[in-house]
Design a protein. Structure first.
Length: 307
């Protein structure tokens, strides 16, 4: 009997010790194995087991990897409004400090990314070299709000967004370069050059990702939904787009242009050619042209335009 009492007491002491060492990560719900270290809550990020400090924002790379951890494949269909990040959500490779690795791969296909994890090169085979992780220095967040019962006051909106970004996402106010409202579009500019950023500053790429998730009602915070109530009315959104500007221009080839862009280029070229032919015809100049099939096709197209 004494032995049983001793075992029960030992279990109670262990349970009490474990309860004292456990903690809750309020700034990231995609974690496990949380424990107190020097009175600071640290947890393992799901999908990578990298330890994260729960008093600061978790890096975008680790958040994306955690979000993909429970899916069957390393890539899923991109959101319909991911117009600038053309690849959508993918399972990234992260450095131990949480940053994206400059080179990302999906099987035998590889590409280079910026600090926001957005592809900035064409896709190549595994021999691709990405010499450095190019920094994103400017993020433009563009949102269109839904119809409201009362007009949205620009000053109230600007004040609310700046206060929210500095308090909720802990970004230094000097990195918010502007908030512009042109009904119904709201534009937020975040700028952070590498020379201005100190080691303790939150990165604008992480802030933008947290904010995007909040707006799309998929908050990363634990039990802390963002309530955008301005002038006693909730602000809802119909659309959101995020643009990334890097300190070094991207490296895309003509092959990566979409069919729509190529069509525009072709139309412009044809218009220029048609104008030149019209100018030559007006001056009654006779030019001997080769009977090449492509040239014949262009002449027929020109006659169609003038018909």
């Amino acid at each position: 009997m004494e032995l049983l009492r001793g075992a029960a007491l030992l279990l109670l002491l262990c349970a009490a010790a474990c309860a004292q060492d456990s903690c809750t990560c309020t700034k990231n719900k995609r974690v496990t194995n949380c424990r107190l270290i020097d009175n600071v809550c640290h947890c393992n990020s799901i999908g990578s087991s990298v330890s994260v400090n729960c008093e600061i924002l978790t890096s975008k790379c680790l958040l994306m990897k955690a979000e993909m951890a429970n899916t069957k494949s390393g890539r899923r269909e991109k959101p319909k409004d991911a117009l600038q990040d053309t690849d959508g959500l993918y399972d990234p490779e992260c450095e131990n400090n949480g940053l994206f690795k400059a080179k990302q791969c999906n099987g035998t296909t590889c590409w280079c990314v910026n600090t926001a994890g957005v592809r900035r090169t064409d896709k190549h085979d595994t021999d691709l070299k990405c010499n450095q992780l190019v920094r994103t220095t400017w993020i433009i967040i563009e949102m269109r709000h839904a119809e409201r019962k009362t007009p949205l006051n620009a000053e109230s909106l600007t004040r609310y967004l700046k206060d929210t970004i500095t308090s909720r996402y802990m970004l230094d106010g000097r990195y918010i370069s502007g908030v512009v409202y042109e009904n119904p579009t709201i534009t937020i500019d975040l700028k952070q050059n590498s020379s201005d950023k100190t080691p303790g500053d939150v990165d604008i790429t992480d802030v933008a990702y947290y904010f995007e998730k909040d707006v799309k009602d998929d908050s990363i915070f634990l039990n802390n939904k963002l309530n955008m109530n301005i002038d006693n009315e909730e602000l809802k959104f119909d659309n959101m787009m995020v643009y990334y500007v890097d300190e070094v221009p991207p490296e895309f080839s003509m092959k990566s242009l979409t069919a729509g862009v190529i069509a525009v280029i072709v139309i412009v070229v044809l218009a220029i050619v048609a104008g030149i032919i019209g100018l030559v015809s007006s001056k009654k100049l006779v030019i001997s042209l080769p009977t090449h099939p492509q040239m014949k096709e262009m002449n027929e197209m020109h006659r169609g335009l003038n018909a």
